[in-house]
Write a protein that binds this ligand. Structure first.
Ligand code: ASP
Ligand code: MG
Length: 412
């Protein structure tokens, strides 16, 4: 018998029929002898609808009141799911974030969880209830309603699982697990049995939009095993999903590479002909950081004749703003020219196996070279190698890398 926290996202509770399906799935876990806590999102589209309503009152809505409004979506779902459970003979009880007492700081619309009282939940579980908790919300020390930021229900579920010392936190969504890459680009992409927290963070931040990245970080920190599962599969025919866990827990021989991640949402800026002297990187990137623009990759070329070139990437939506900033600093730093390219993409190979294998980078570069794909920038971490290429070769690059690293073959 295990204590399980299950989280169902907006699509999974998107209609009364789907909520009844969730109830049947929850009931089947309880019938197997498990104690179940369910964390739910608002019905799909509901949070957007609430935010749009708020914006009809104030173009820049007051953040405290915004949370009062946005948190109601989840409150509806917990009541509906509890009723659906009772309707099939399961004892159920709902709690808002404030009622559990998910205590947060007071950063409205992006609050952080400080602590969780597990008393109510534990008592109800002991009395045979399924406990249904509203995701995405909490309460600050003064009793104000807070929310955790878009997609925050994943983090609610992980935090509750950590507080209850649950055996597993299951994230039910509309895909049946984490894949080696996007199956829309590579039909041979495979579902991963398991992946480490670190790899998942690299994959998620690179665009595999399965989980809120903050929840994965949280799970790693508080040692909560996470499992991504589909809520759309027939009861009794469910797959195992993907387990996100510790490296030591992954028993089988690790494949060297776990997946190919990519991101189209990038743009490159280059400052040509800047004097090669101390402080130049700061003079270029300081104003960009001050404007709150996130810089990803940075390259400074080898200088010659006292001059050098400097390139970096930013989110594509910030391209115009970043260009304007550079045009301003150009004269001041004595740069010759500013060049930009917003048709680039980033492709990364990710895998903890990289720590113990050599030759991953050279294999990646050779594979791309054989297709005539030019690499514009490279960056590496202990478990990831990323390259920036022309966007028009992105899909080809992902396909050939997926094949080169044998990701279409089940691990032996
Ligand atoms: N309902 C919230 C949102 O749409 C939280 C969540 O679904 O995780 O962002
Ligand atoms: Mg979500």
């Amino acid at each position: 018998m295990a204590l399980i926290v299950q989280k169902y996202g907006g699509t999974s509770v998107g209609s009364p029929e789907r909520i009844k399906n969730v109830a049947r799935r929850v009931a089947s876990w309880q019938a197997k002898g498990h104690r179940v806590v369910v964390v739910v999102s608002a019905m799909s589209g509901e949070t957007n609808r609430l935010i749009a309503l708020a914006k009809e009152m104030q173009t820049n809505p007051d953040s405290r009141e915004m949370d009062v409004i946005a948190s109601t979506g989840e409150q509806v779902t917990i009541g509906l799911l509890s009723m659906a459970l009772m309707g099939i003979g399961v004892k159920a009880r709902s709690y808002t974030g404030g009622q559990v007492r998910v205590l947060t700081d007071s950063a409205f619309t992006k609050a952080r969880i400080v602590s969780i009282d597990e008393g109510n939940i534990m008592r109800d579980l002991d009395n045979g209830y399924v406990v249904v908790v509203a995701g995405f919300q909490g309460v600050d020390g003064a009793g104000n309603i807070t929310t955790l930021g878009r997609g925050g229900s994943d983090t609610s579920a992980v935090a509750i699982a950590a507080a209850l010392k649950a055996d597993e936190c299951q994230i039910y969504t509309d895909v049946d697990g984490v894949y080696t890459t996007d199956p829309r680009i590579v039909p041979e992409a495979r579902r991963l049995e398991s992946i480490t927290f670190e790899e998942m963070m690299e994959m998620a931040s690179l665009g595999s939009k399965v989980l809120q990245i903050r929840s994965v970080e949280f799970a790693g920190k508080y040692k909560v095993k996470l499992r991504v599962l589909s809520s759309l599969e027939e009861l009794g025919q469910e797959g195992q999903g993907t387990l996100i866990t510790f490296e030591d827990d992954i028993m089988m021989e690790q494949p060297t590479i776990s997946g190919i991640a990519f991101n189209r949402d990038e743009a490159k800026l280059t400052v040509l002909g800047v004097p090669d002297r101390p402080g130049i990187a700061y003079q270029i990137l300081g104003p960009v950081a001050e404007a709150n623009i996130d810089v990803d990759m940075i390259i400074q070329n080898i200088g010659h004749d006292g001059m050098t070139d400097f390139s970096f990437t930013v989110p594509r939506g910030e391209f115009a703003r970043a260009t304007a900033i550079l045009d301003q600093v150009k004269g001041h730093i004595g740069a010759r020219q500013i060049a930009g390219d917003n048709k680039i993409a980033k492709v990364s190979v990710v895998g903890v196996g990289m720590r113990s294998h050599v030759g991953i980078a050279s294999k990646m570069f050779r594979t791309l070279a054989e297709e005539g794909i030019n690499i514009q920038m490279i960056s590496t971490s202990e478990i990831k190698i990323s390259v920036v290429i022309d966007e028009k070769y992105l899909e080809l690059a992902v396909r050939v890398l997926h094949k080169a690293f044998d990701l279409d073959q089940a691990p032996a």
